[in-house]
Ligand binder design. Sequence first.
Ligand code: FES
Length: 265
Amino acid sequence: MDRSLFRANARLEKARLAVVLGDVEAGRREMQQSQHDAAGARDCWIAVGLDAQIRPQSSHPVIVAGRELALWRGETGPAKVWDDQCPHRGMRLSFGFVRDGTLRCLYHGWGYGEDGRCVSIPAHPELAPPKTICAGAHAVATKYGIIWSNLSAARAATVPEIPAVTDWRPVRSLYIHRSAAVVLAGIAAFDYGAPAEPATPAADVYVVTLGAQTQLLLALQPVEANKTGVHIASSGVDATADRLALVRQMHSLRDAIEAGTGPSR
Ligand code: FES
């Protein structure tokens, strides 16, 4: 696990404990430090979900390397990835709801605009919230039908480039109870039922070319030490029956990796 994220997670737990014990100021300090630690995370883009799965006006919890995040979308526009903690008292923002383009915390209803800044405090409607009250927003990009996020402050890395194919369609997100390394090895060893030409255009990203037309993109999301998300898109699989067969095959892939049974369809 990324050490910066590990430290950030520990700070976040301390912040929640401080708030529960009534020391709101200490909780706020720990939350700020947690954001600071998370900013030192590895500079890379990590798949966090399929774009088609995140409906307008919805919010979802996501975990990357143990770091709790809120993945949400307003009425329109791209999804956002924020730290899953309200700057007020640490409530999970993924429990919140979307109104008028803002993500509202379920606890006291504070609303946060798309850039993360607090824009409304219902208990004090006359108050313009200070600019310093800000949810931890991370870089996000949508490519190949997959939502990617970079948790680092550096953000020099670019989203993995996958040449040639432009018509990626979402297949399924799977969560496998094995480490990312084991999942990657399982993907490489799997029998796809056709001659397979594998490529790894970036760490934790695997592309399989099957025959002349079909390609599979499998982007890994390390969740915890022994749990990994796999967000899958395909190209050249258009007929409904073929797409259903592909989903079944991906379930077989998950089962084979969890069972440790090696190559299997
Ligand atoms: S904890 Fe979120 S508004 Fe109070």
